[in-house]
Ligand binder design. Structure first.
Ligand SMILES: Cc1cc2nc3c(=O)[nH]c(=O)nc-3n(C[C@H](O)[C@H](O)[C@H](O)COP(=O)(O)OP(=O)(O)OC[C@H]3O[C@@H](n4cnc5c(N)ncnc54)[C@H](O)[C@@H]3O)c2cc1C
Length: 386
């Protein structure tokens, strides 16, 4: 194996980096994950993730973690309701969805981000993840790289894999190509103990997801395993809305006032979310890598996941692409079919760019539809067709 006696550094312990570490360890590789979080108990932000059969789940199966996944996923969280701004339900699959359907290519079980991280972490050899390792820079040394961290530590690796997400600090060592703003910003909020805090919405949600469309805007929400509801309002605006809006996102009254103004013709039901959310709210301008990006292959450096191809979340592909990258890269790096690591990286990157670009196109197109005048009708046609 070409990885023999090679030290591999994965920068970033998100779903992509941890999956890759696991798959490489199964092949006997010497791998460490350098993660900026202080320890394994750091809170993982964001909504639950649905894993797809040919990507996220395929990686979980390859990592021998399907049983752990089955013990930790959220069985009813993939049920959805499609509603309008007046909180009228137009579509619901709560009655018709079967509970567990692993093996069906359309089955997309949901799991909390924290639970997914825990499963992957617990599957790794002790001390694989080096916490409190905030990557700052690296320079070439011998045939590899010397990586420098905020803590002052420096380590040598023969092969570096960037898995440090959308604002990757490793990516610039591969390419200057940058992500572009998609035209959409999402504002994230969380309601703790939602059954008591927001009983009406909680009953409507019924453990699943809601997508509400109106006036070229959305509200998207989902049940989390710990009793929280995570929600996003999603709307078209300029790239610098976060700072230009003048909103203090730690001030609930200011955010609620903004919501009432911007979503003025929406039912007052939705205000429950804002009134009962914890602060701060998190603004997330949505970015996408160019679909035709290309770079020169390197012999000892590559990237996976959002670092390589951040895309809007409107096709639910981000984490799935990251885990599929991990699967394909681990196979390329440990295959006997290639003459060098550079050739293995080249094959991985070529396929990854094609696959990620198709997913990014779908995500951008869905984003357009979901923020269009006809969003409700188009989404209803789409889901009724399935
Ligand atoms: C609002 C929103 C909603 C989304 N919803 C979905 C969805 O429903 N389904 C879906 O599939 N995807 C969704 N995504 C996308 C998904 O979150 C990402 O595609 C996925 O998390 C990418 O995984 P990753 O491992 O590449 O990167 P990340 O999950 O971003 O992980 C990167 C890791 O690197 C660490 N890190 C960052 N910088 C450094 C550094 N300098 N040094 C060391 N460590 C570092 C971070 O702490 C983190 O642990 C959503 C994204 C957004 C913004």
């Amino acid at each position: 194996m070409k990885l023999q006696r090679k030290k591999i550094a994965i920068v970033g312990g998100g779903p992509g980096g941890l999956t890759l570490a696991k798959l490489l360890q199964l092949k006997g590789a010497d791998v460490k994950v350098y993660e900026r979080d202080l320890n394994k108990n750091a809170r993982v932000q964001g909504s639950p993730l649905d894993l797809h059969d040919d990507s996220g789940l395929a990686a979980i199966i390859k990592a021998n973690l399907l049983d752990e996944f089955k013990s930790n996923y959220l069985p009813k969280a993939d049920r959805k309701k499609i509603m309008d701004e007046h909180a009228k339900v137009f579509f619901s699959d709560h009655e018709s969805k079967v509970e567990e359907d692993f093996g069906n290519p359309y089955y997309r079980p949901e799991i909390d981000r924290g639970a997914l991280r825990k499963i992957l972490l617990e599957s790794l050899q002790d001390e694989t993840v080096v916490w409190d390792s905030h990557f700052i820079s690296m320079n070439k040394q011998n045939d590899g790289w010397l990586l420098h961290f905020k803590s002052g530590n420096a380590i040598y690796a023969d092969l570096v894999i960037a898995a440090d997400g959308a604002n990757s600090k490793v990516r610039p060592y591969i390419t200057d190509v940058k992500a572009f703003y998609s035209g959409v910003t999402m504002l994230e909020g969380n309601v703790l103990n939602a059954k008591d805090a927001a009983p009406k919405i909680s009953a409507l949600l019924n453990g699943g997801k809601i997508m509400a469309f109106g006036n070229e805007k959305n509200i998207l929400m989902g049940q989390k395993g710990n009793g929280e509801i995570g929600f996003y309002v999603s709307f078209k605006t300029n790239e610098n809305w976060t700072s230009n809006s003048g909103i203090n996102f730690s001030d609930k009254a200011q955010v609620l006032q903004w919501f009432k103004k911007e979503y003025h013709n929406w039912s007052s039901l939705w205000q429950d979310l804002f009134e009962n959310a914890v602060t701060p709210f998190i603004p997330r301008p949505i970015y996408c890598m160019p679909l035709d990006q290309i770079w020169e292959v390197q012999p000892n450096l590559t990237m996976i996941g959002d670092a390589a191809h951040v895309m809007p979340p409107f096709a639910g592909e981000g984490v799935n692409m990251a885990m599929r990258d991990a699967l394909e890269l681990s196979e390329c790096l440990t295959s006997d079919n290639y003459n060098s690591l550079q050739e293995a990286i080249s094959v991985y990157e070529t396929n990854m760019r094609i696959r990620a670009s198709a997913a990014a196109k779908e995500s951008l197109d869905n984003g357009e539809i979901m923020h269009s005048e006809n969003a409700l009708k188009t989404m209803l046609d789409f889901f009724s067709g399935h």
